[in-house]
Design a binder for this molecule. Structure first.
Ligand SMILES: [Zn+2]
Length: 187
């Protein structure tokens, strides 16, 4: 993966936790292997010791066969012997790509890392989904203020807003911008 990622630049992590401002953190890219750089990110930016493993198995036509990974984070109160065990498990663990190729499940990978004695509290299906919407972008446009909206309408006649999370493009024509301007005037 390092070949594609490179070693120059920053790893930016933006978490939309549903608060007013998204949480942002960044660390310089050291290795270009994303798992290692995420480990560094958790240690430096979130101050949480973590083990991260990632794997993608790609077909000859560049389609993705399997993709998966894990993040293990240390909770306060963990004993030294538990920590030793975890460190040994992480060090001896086969590559995630190999495990996925063998048909290993997320639960199997978890048990490899922390042992058989696990309690699963919640299972969620990860999906690529963004919280952005036209309404949300409209609300953001209202907040830029009437003066800026006015010049946007007069100079550009339309507005194009790109979501930095998912790259979705939202286009607002003149009439819509006028309506947004009117809302901003009322606020
Ligand atoms: Zn989006």
């Amino acid at each position: 993966m390092a070949g594609a990622v490179g070693r120059n630049g920053y790893l930016h992590v933006i978490k939309d936790l549903g608060m007013r401002e998204p949480y942002r953190g960044s660390v310089p890219i050291i290795s270009g292997e994303l798992a290692e750089d995420f480990t560094l990110y958790f240690a430096e930016s979130e101050q949480t010791p973590s083990a991260v493993g990632l794997g993608v198995l790609v077909n000859t036509d560049d389609s993705v066969i399997h993709a998966g990974g894990f993040i293990v984070q240390i909770m306060p109160g963990m004993s030294d012997s538990q920590l030793d065990r975890l460190e040994r498990a992480v060090a001896s663990m086969p590559h995630v790509t190999a495990l996925l190729d063998q048909g290993e499940t997320a639960e199997g990978i978890l048990k490899f890392l922390v042992g058989e004695d696990v309690t699963i509290h919640q299972t969620v299906e990860p999906i690529f989904k963004c919280m952005c919407s036209r309404e949300r972008v409209e609300r953001t446009l209202v907040t830029i203020g009437t003066a800026d909206l006015r010049s946007l309408i007069d100079e550009d006649g339309q507005a194009e807003v790109h979501c930095h999370f998912c790259n979705e493009k939202y286009v607002f024509e003149r009439e819509e911008l006028e309506a947004i301007h009117n809302r901003a005037t009322r606020d």
